[in-house]
Design a protein around this ligand. Structure first.
Ligand code: ATP
Ligand code: LTN
Length: 334
């Protein structure tokens, strides 16, 4: 029995992934290896939809890949690769762009949000077509499922629409991926403003905990996390977003349900909760940080792993693209 195939991607836009990326994506990706045929992609072509410094992009692409392996992706069971190593991604994106309505693309919320931040004139056409490239990532590999957070729901709907439209016009070509599959994953809030999500681009350094951060800095940030003044360790999203966020992180990393933590810390105060949580986080990330550093110290080995991933990805992507070229009526090169 073949396993359902999964594909997901993450942008190399920071020097480290943060605890939200870890709990909301990486950790789920690792778990899926047991049950699915898994493809994971460092999406550097998506990263350049906003300006990137070349040396920084190169370094961050390696750091991103190293963290994926360090977090537990096994190159023998997952295909881990860099998007720009597989030239079929932009090739399919072009074809899909030609069956995407301008109005349809204009309705994508992430584009509206991101372009609003920099001003409409600063937004590139690449940022506008970002979701179409994402659809190409998914459709090239016949992915059945796409593990992403709630914020990506609209991009997945677009991917499904484009796959169905293409299949209808040109004959069965693409697998129509199922809906997003991680509805239960909790959003991790910013430590300084727990009502917004922790984010590489929007959070201040004090609001983010990075996987690769040094332990003392992690401890300091957790001790300074914004809470409230009533002193009661209790989850209540509306009234106590800060404490709720800390409990959520604790529960996810320690594998203990929030209510049991509430009982454990009843009457103990925020200081004790934060102190213990800091150690839980430090213990969880220490081994990942060490493995990442080891991988980064041996660049040629890391690059070899990525080359092997790209080769496997390329074989599949090239076969899909050949199908697409044929269906479209492109004359094969003699
Ligand atoms: P950016 O600010 O550059 O958009 P980000 O930090 O929001 O970056 P993404 O690269 O958009 O992260 O997301 C990568 C993955 O991590 C996605 O699957 C997303 O759902 C997940 N993720 C990101 N932030 C959080 C968070 N705060 N809580 C839970 N999951 C998150
Ligand atoms: N847009 C996604 C990243 C992404 C992705 C993909 C996710 C790019 N290509 C393909 C799933 C499948 C994000 O911002 N999290």
């Amino acid at each position: 029995m073949s396993r359902p195939r999964v594909l997901s991607g993450i942008q190399p836009t920071a020097d480290s992934f943060h605890i939200g990326n870890y709990l909301g994506a990486l950790r789920q990706w690792v778990a899926l290896q047991e049950t699915h045929d898994t493809f994971y992609c460092v999406v550097d072509l998506h990263a350049i939809t906003l300006p990137q410094e070349p040396a920084e992009l190169r370094a961050r692409t390696r750091v991103a890949a190293a963290q994926l392996f360090a977090a537990g992706l096994d190159p023998d069971s997952s295909t881990v690769f860099v998007q720009s190593h597989v030239p079929e991604h932009p090739a399919l994106e072009w074809v899909l762009a030609c069956i995407t309505g301008f109005g349809e693309a204009s309705r994508m919320i992430q584009f509206k949000d991101k372009s609003a931040k920099g001003g409409a004139d600063a937004a590139s056409v690449g940022l506008f077509t970002y979701p179409i490239l994402q659809a190409a990532d998914i459709l090239l590999y016949d992915a059945d499922q796409v593990p992403v957070g709630e914020d990506q729901r609209q991009h997945l709907e677009l991917t499904r629409d484009l796959a169905q439209r293409f299949n209808y016009r040109f004959g069965p070509t693409f697998v129509v991926p199922g809906p997003y599959i991680l509805p239960g994953v909790a959003k991790i809030g910013d430590l300084q403003d727990p009502t917004i999500k922790m984010s590489k681009s929007a959070s201040s350094p004090q609001g983010i905990i990075d996987i690769l951060e040094d332990p003392d800095s992690i401890r300091r940030k957790i001790m300074r996390a914004v809470t409230d003044t009533d002193g009661e360790v209790r989850a209540d999203e509306a009234a106590k977003p800060g404490v709720t966020n800390l409990l959520r992180i604790y529960a996810a990393l320690a594998g203990e349900p929030v209510p049991s933590l509430e009982r454990q810390y009843a009457g103990a105060g925020y200081g004790k909760l934060k102190k213990d949580l800091a150690e839980v986080v430090v213990d969880a990330f220490g081994p990942i940080r060490e493995r990442t550093e080891k991988l980064l110290a041996n660049e040629s080995e890391l690059d070899r792993l990525l080359a092997a991933g790209a080769e496997k990805a390329h074989r599949i992507a090239a076969a899909t693209m050949a199908r697409v070229r044929d269906r479209m009526g492109f004359l094969p090169p003699a």
